[in-house]
Design a protein around this ligand. Sequence first.
Ligand code: GDP
Ligand code: MN
Length: 398
Amino acid sequence: MNLHEYQGKEILNSFGVRIQRGIVASNHKEAVDAAKQLTAETGTSWYVVKAQVHAGGRGKGGGVKLAKNLQEVESIANDIIGMMLITPQTSAEGKKVHQVLIAEDVYYPGDSEPEEYYMSVLLNRNTGRNMIMYSTEGGMDIETVAEETPHLIFTEEIDPAMGLLPFQARKIAFNLGLSGGAFKEMTKFVSALYTAYIKSDSSMFEINPVLKTSDDKILAVDAKVTLDDNALFRHKDYAQLRDLREENPIEVEANAAGLNYVDLDGNVGCMVNGAGLAMGTMDLIKQAGGDPANFLDVGGTADAQRVETAFGIILKDTNVKAILVNIFGGIVRCDRVAQGVVDAYKNMGDKINVPIICRLQGTNAKEAKELIDNSGMEIISATEFQEAADKVQEVLTA
Ligand code: GDP
Ligand code: MN
């Protein structure tokens, strides 16, 4: 589960990670109140107004702006809330901004310039260990740094039994070129960050930038936090942080129905059991010249109710021009699935307005095909995988 910057920062703060302080606001009035409160708490007189959407690169898209007084806070918040923010990480139409974070300005001028670093904590799947990835090149796309100056990206792997060791935190501060007070601050920052990552059961932290202020404080200016869904049962308070407005509504509905659904751009709806077969089906559709409209794994129990729910969800996508049902009957018998498809088709009546191609293979496949062919429904049956994909192309080009 992805979090907003302000939510991620609150979690970091609760584990002692120093953050750029801020207060979230849903309209320009709240924004001004937030700014006043922030001044009372931190003494700041300048503010940054930051769009809260689940996408990075907000600064580039005009979603992060400096305000030098309360009037500017009000007018900038007014402009940003409600806008469709387009960044390198959103679709072309952008993401609607519902909230802004009013944050203290931490780039205040001083004896030395503020420095920006990059730091993330994530799982290295090759070694099965968590690692801290960091760079002196903060504030820019880490992908660009990786491409152009890969030698400026460092990684530190952490032994799961020992945890982050003090020498590792010191090595990180050293590699970032720090000394004196900032060096000590960075070692504290790194160890608090790692503790937060472990204790919150996160699967990714990305702090870009980590800032060294002109008075040598180290703090998180941005926070991208992804929580591990499988551990949410241990964090009831975090589960409430989910913002459904940021998610695809069809995916939300499918997940609530226990279906594994991912929305895609094509026009062939897919209903498949098993993630591997679903991937294979998408490949085959592509190879036959088509384009899958979704990934959908209906799971093991493809009964009439489930098939009907799945059809309903697939058809919410108005791009869908044909549906390919591709089910392997291993534990579940094909004839039962076929009955499910026929019953669902009957129940849904004219809600099904696109051709359906149905391939059932495995236990009782023959009976299943007969059931479909004799149902009197407009369901096209197929036996072979390739045949099914070809029949999809036939109906699309007919
Ligand atoms: P992102 O663009 O979505 O990654 O959003 P960030 O939170 O990283 O902010 C983008 C940029 O805004 C940062 O890289 C900074 O350059 C700038 N920024 C953030 N906080 C402040 C601040 O307190 N003062 C000033 N002057 N700039 C800031
Ligand atoms: Mn950032």
